[in-house]
Unconditional design. Structure first.
Length: 96
């Protein structure tokens, strides 16, 4: 089993029926498909349905889901990751 160190965890309501969850771990080595030592999940959940998610998983690498659409994500660093996630949250909310 790989030892992961929790870097950041946040779960909060940002509006009625709208929640974000951000979890980031530091791994001893990169997951297959990623070029960095982080495992992350950043999600926007509306009325119990995940409408936006950034994550990486072994073999799949860094990607994001916007609704039913999955596309690759170009990970730069944790700061850019959070900035990109919050930008997409703002875009989704503006279209709501």
């Amino acid at each position: 089993m790989v030892k992961a160190d929790l870097v950041y965890r946040e779960r909060r309501w940002i509006d009625e029926g709208l929640m974000i969850e951000i979890v980031v771990w530091r791994l001893p080595r990169a997951l297959p498909g990623s070029a960095h030592p982080f495992k992350y999940r950043m999600a926007l959940v509306s009325a119990g349905v995940c409408v936006l998610r950034y994550d990486n998983e072994a073999g799949k690498g860094d990607h994001k889901h916007i609704g039913e659409i999955e596309q690759p994500y170009g990970f730069i660093d944790l700061e850019a990751l959070q900035g990109d996630f919050w930008h997409d949250v703002d875009v989704w909310r503006a279209k709501r």
